[in-house]
Design a binder for this molecule. Structure first.
Ligand SMILES: *Cc1c(COP(=O)(O)O)cnc(C)c1O
Length: 420
């Protein structure tokens, strides 16, 4: 019997110490991925900057790791800003995204010294203009554009997807008005343009099309601006996913940008990307304990002690994962089985129709590549407790989020007798 090790620790030790379900993050793997991004994403023609899209997995310890590696940060809400501030993340390195940032959130950001805003629409730019004057604070604005490209795993479509909830069409009157508003403002400056074309992108030509679009807009400006290409780098959930190595992928982005600029005799100040999933996804593993085992006329089920509350992606996107019986690696996978969670939803399935060795109640199940959009999308549905999160590295583990206890479920509940 071979047992799965993460960060040089047998996973059964982690399960024993921290209970299941459990999110386990391999710190070294995250660091190595970040290093690969940094090695590949450099240019002699312009500055480059990598921002971690923290919605993929945001905890204080994660943000400390990101800062220690010298990356910047994307946040999309007041709550994410709050967490970043608690982590003492340098505010000058935080970029605030979102299509409907409330005035309260914008004030909170400005009062705490954030200066980079990725504005989604002209109304937001006008609010930012007003607030920047009120606070007498200079703000750098990137405009989120809809470049009419929608990238999917292995293909992209040039659309007509002009009605996206995100971004503006560059040619639109609203976008031109937003640009004018920034240019006429004493406090706002136009940092550049941003686009984000999809997630789980494997096809480099989708990125290239995006770059060409963004570069084409630069001709209208005298001073060099910056371009932010967004995130969406694909990861390997199953053997069907075949992402390019990160270093190679980002090298291609840089060289395509250099060529596109050279062709038009243009220059930029900085090129930015904002990977989320690709930094944390494959570094995360969820450990479950198998409970009951059941056969129906057409299915074998292994039931686990978590499910859609710790990983909503299979239910939400029909996402696929792979798994192993953590202490039975290498044993023949002879049973066709569906891994189902314990929540009261038929759709609460972790993995449909996979193959595993015969299991027994109490066996540990490891589901791979759950590091992105697992914990961050987790819920207390059915009053399930959010699992603990541990970071492991070189034989040592440390708890970064403790497992919830029942009392946590009642936090915020009051008797409702006080009137507004
Ligand atoms: C979600 C998102 C990202 C990160 O996407 P990943 O697929 O996790 O890399 C980056 N930028 C924006 C604007 C996003 O909305």
């Amino acid at each position: 019997m071979t047992e799965l090790m993460i960060g040089e620790i047998p996973v059964s030790q982690l399960a024993k110490k921290y209970q299941t379900p459990l999110y386990v993050y391999d710190e070294k793997k995250m660091e190595e991925t970040i290093k690969a991004f940094k090695r590949g994403f450099t240019s002699v023609h312009f500055q480059t900057k990598i921002l971690y899209a923290s919605k993929a997995f945001q905890t204080i310890e994660m943000l400390r790791l990101i800062d220690s590696q010298g990356l910047g940060l994307d946040v999309v809400s007041g709550g994410e800003i709050y967490t970043a501030l608690q982590a003492k993340f340098p505010v000058e390195n935080i970029y605030f995204h979102g299509n409907n940032k409330t005035v309260d959130e914008l004030r909170y950001a400005i009062e705490n010294g954030l200066s980079h805003f990725v504005a989604d629409n002209v109304m937001e730019v006008e609010v930012l203009e007003r607030l920047s004057r009120e606070y007498e604070q200079k703000l750098s604005i990137m405009l989120r554009l809809n470049v009419g490209i929608e990238a999917h795993t292995h293909e992209y479509i040039v659309t007509a997807h002009i009605d996206s909830k995100f971004g503006m069409l560059y040619e639109s009157e609203a976008c031109q008005q937003a640009i004018r508003c920034i240019q006429e403002s004493d406090y706002l400056s136009l940092e550049g343009f941003h686009a984000h074309i999809g997630s789980q992108i494997f096809d480099m030509t989708a990125w290239f099309a995006e770059i060409d679009q963004l570069v084409s807009y630069l001709q209208d400006f005298d001073q060099p601006l910056s371009l932010n290409l967004g995130g969406g780098f694909g990861i390997r959930y199953t053997t069907e996913d075949t992402p390019l190595p990160i270093e190679e992928a980002v090298e291609k982005l840089v060289s395509h940008t250099e060529e596109a600029l050279a062709k038009k005799k243009l220059s930029i100040k900085q090129l930015l990307i904002e990977p989320g999933r690709s930094i944390v996804g494959e570094a995360g593993t969820t450990l479950y304990t198998i409970g009951y085992i059941k056969e129906t006329p057409h299915q074998n089920y292994y039931f686990v002690d978590g499910g859609m509350t710790d990983n909503i992606r299979p239910a939400l996107y029909q996402a696929n994962y792979t798994c192993d019986l953590a202490k039975k690696l290498g044993e023949e996978k002879t049973v066709k089985v569906t891994i189902a969670g314990k929540m009261c939803e038929s759709g609460d399935v972790v993995i449909k129709n996979t193959f595993l060795p015969p299991a027994q109640t109490g066996d540990l199940l490891a589901v791979y590549a759950t590091g992105a959009y697992g914990y961050s999308m987790s819920s207390n549905y059915n009053r399930a407790l959010r699992p603990a999160v541990v970071f492991v590295k070189e034989g040592a583990s440390r708890l970064v989020v403790r497992r919830q206890e029942y009392a946590d479920l009642l936090r915020g509940e009051i008797n409702g007798t006080s009137q507004i």
